[in-house]
Design a protein around this ligand. Sequence first.
Ligand code: SF4
Length: 399
Amino acid sequence: MKTSQSNLFEGISRRLQMTESFELSWQSLNAYGPRYNYWCVAWSGGKDSTTLVTFIIWSIMSGKIKAPKKIFILYADTRLELTPLFYAAQKIMEELAEHGYNVEVVMAPMENRFLCYILGRGVPPPNNATFRWCTSRIKIEPMEVKLKGLVGELGEKVLMLTGVRQGESAIRDQRIIMSCSKNGAECGQGWYQETLPESLCDTLAPILHWRVCHVWEWLKHWAPLPEYGDFSTELIADAYGGDEAEELNARTGCMGCPLTDKDTALDNLLKKTKWEYLAPLKRLRPIYRELRKPQNRLRKTGLEVNNEKNKQRMGPITMAARDWAFNGILAIQNEINAVADKIGMPTVYLLNNEEQIFIRKCWSENLWPNKWTGEEPTGDTPMDTVYADGSVQPLLFGK
Ligand code: SF4
C-alpha cells in the first residue's frame, strides 16, 4: 500500500515537473520565435534533439506556440548513427511527413565522410582534442553549407533551434558551457550552438532547462501517445540502453567513436537480445586503433625541405593498411547483415556501394593528404633524429 502511494505521488510530481518544463519552453519559444519568419531545427537523431523536434511539432499542432512561416527540420546524418537511432529517425521522419513536416537530410559530401576521409584519403582516425577533425567535417560543415544555401534563398536570418540541454544548472548559472561530451550530450549538439555563424542564424535552446528524466519521460511515455503526436520515440530508449540509460545519462555518437574510452551506448544496446546481432560493431574501434600505429602510417624523415617544427611527424595511413581496414569493415557489415536478413532486423551500411567505389577510386589515383606523396617511409622505420633547428642526431646503432 505504502509503495503504491509513493508511486502515485511520484507520478503526480513528475507530471507537474514535466508541465513546468513545457511551460518554460513555450515561454522562450513564444518570446523569441515570433521575431523570425523561419525556424530551423538541427536534428541529430539523439535523445535531446529528437525530444526537441517532436516537442516543437506537437506544441505547434496543439496551439501552444505560434508556427513560423516555415520550419525546416534538418536531419544531420553522419552515416555512422547507431542502428536503432537511425532506424527510429527514419520512422519519425515518416511520422513528421504525415503531420505535414518534411525533413531534409544533411550529409557531408562523399570525400568528407568519416570512413571515406580515412580510407580514401588516408587521414588517420581522430584521437584527441588536437586532431579532432570529425565533428566539424561530418556534422558542423554540412549543416553550415545547408544553412548558407537556405538563408541565401530566404534572404533573411533564421532561428536555429537546438536540443542543447543543461538541466537545472542552466537556470541557476545563466551560462552555457558547450562541449561535445558534456553531461550526456550528443556529439555535435553543443557545437551547433557554438559554431554556426551568427550571420546565418540566431540560436535558441528551448529545452535547455529539461532534466534528463524529463527527456526520457517525453520520449517513452508522452510523445508516443496519439494526443502528443504519435511518434515512435520509444525506440530511442533502446539505443541508449533502455531503463538503465536513464540513470546513466548516456550519450551516443558515431558507432565506434575513437574519441571515447568505451562503447557505452553500443555495450548497453548489445545487452538486449534483439540487437545482439550488432556485436561485430565492437570491432570498429580496434580497427581505428590499429590504423594509428606507426607501422601503418607514413612518417616524414625530417630531411625534407620545409619549415615545419615537427620535422618527423607521423602522417597518413599506408595503402596496405587502408585496404586491410576497408575489408575488415566490410566483413563487419556483411556479418551483421547476413543475420539481420535472417531475423528481419535493420541492416547496417557502414560503407555503401557508392562509398566503396569512391574509396577504390582514391586508391587508383594514389590519393594522399596535402604535403604527402606516399613515398615517405613508414612510421616504424628506424631513422636519425632531426630536431626543429635542423640538427641531426644519428641513430645510435645504425640502420
Ligand atoms: S561521435 Fe566521435 S567520431 Fe563522431 S563526430 Fe563525435 S567525436 Fe567524431
